[in-house]
Design a protein around this ligand. Structure first.
Ligand code: NAD
Ligand code: IMJ
Length: 260
């Protein structure tokens, strides 16, 4: 039996372009019938808005909203718009991260307090603040998925403060799952994706070496695609995953089980 998310109302964050993991996820969710709300990171000139709007129009989102997670007011506003338009919410895809580029080169001990605070604010705290405002709107059995990376558990060259942010994100998944499960069966999970060429990864020195290493050493001898992350996410959003919460699920061609 194939997945059915017909008319489930799902908010998708983190689409920047047609390589974004969130774009792969949104396409998959739409294909199995979900009604989508899409957020974009606003900029002064409205370039992102125009770009993301044009890209995602084929998915016919019934909500299209600005969201910079560093601004608490914007987070609050997203959920008041959802309340107005939908009345409730069945799922959230948290698919965003950011650290200053200079912090992703060289030594972790050179991390500045400003850089650290910003990276953890955007990449980690945002999941908690989104859950805070979403909580009253989440339906019985709804599902929240965030994206993480192996650098949370292993010291991967240059991942630095993002590894620390992802470790805290994975821990947040467990605390949120424990908090949101009892009352309304709300589930919270993370997908740990293998390296995929996106804006957030291509900007990084050494990403190609990392990808070649995965192609050489992973059990499946290849990297994973946005589409495969999308399929796993659609599963976690569905009632088929009703017994799964607080987990980190690996969509990495098996790389994490090997000795490298
Ligand atoms: P991406 O650049 O397409 O996505 C990152 C998104 O974060 C963008 O849409 C950007 O607009 C958004 N963002 C940044 N700052 C924001 C802010 N202040 N408020 C709101 N949104 C903000 O790259 P991606 O690789 O698709 O990344 C998506 C997620 O997947 C991230 O959490 C990343 O850590 C994770 N991930 C990526 C890989 C990979 O190899 N690409 C592997 C594992 C996990
Ligand atoms: C990122 C940095 C270092 C090593 C890395 C990555 N490897 C992979 C990534 C091996 C796979 C991609 N990844 C998992 C991320 O979470 C990326 C986060 C990110 C990327 C950028 C690049 C552009 C920028 N800031 C960023 N902030 C976070 O300015």
């Amino acid at each position: 039996m194939s997945l059915d998310l017909s008319s489930r109302k799902i908010l998708v964050t983190g689409i920047a372009n047609n390589r974004s993991i969130a774009w792969g996820i949104a396409q998959k969710l739409k294909a199995v019938g979900a009604e989508l709300g899409i957020t974009y990171l606003p900029d002064n000139k409205g370039r992102f808005e125009a770009k993301v709007r044009a890209l995602t129009s084929v998915l016919e989102p019934t909500l299209f909203l600005p969201l910079d997670v560093q601004d608490g007011k914007q987070v609050e506003l997203v959920f008041s718009k959802i309340k107005e338009k939908w009345g409730y919410l069945d799922g959230i895809i948290h698919c965003l991260a950011f650290a200053g580029k200079e912090e992703l080169i060289g030594s972790y001990s050179d991390t500045t307090i400003e850089g650290f605070t910003r990276a953890l604010d955007i990449s980690t705290y945002s999941l908690a603040s989104i859950c805070h405002y979403a909580k009253p709107l989440l339906s019985n059995g709804s599902s929240i998925v965030t994206l993480t990376y192996l650098g949370a558990e292993r010291a991967i060259p240059n991942y630095n403060l993002m590894g620390v942010a992802k470790a805290a994100l994975e821990s947040s998944v467990r605390y949120l799952a424990a908090e949101l499960g009892p009352e309304r069966q709300i589930r919270v999970n993370a997908i740990s994706a293998g390296p995929i060429r996106t804006l957030a990864s291509s900007a990084i020195g050494g990403i190609l070496d990392m990808i070649h290493n995965v192609e050489e050493k992973s059990p499946l001898r290849r990297t994973v695609t946005q589409d495969e992350v999308g399929s796993a996410t659609a599963f976690l959003m569905s009632p088929s995953a009703s017994g799964i919460t607080g987990q980190v699920i690996y969509v990495d061609a098996g790389y994490s089980i090997t000795g490298m």
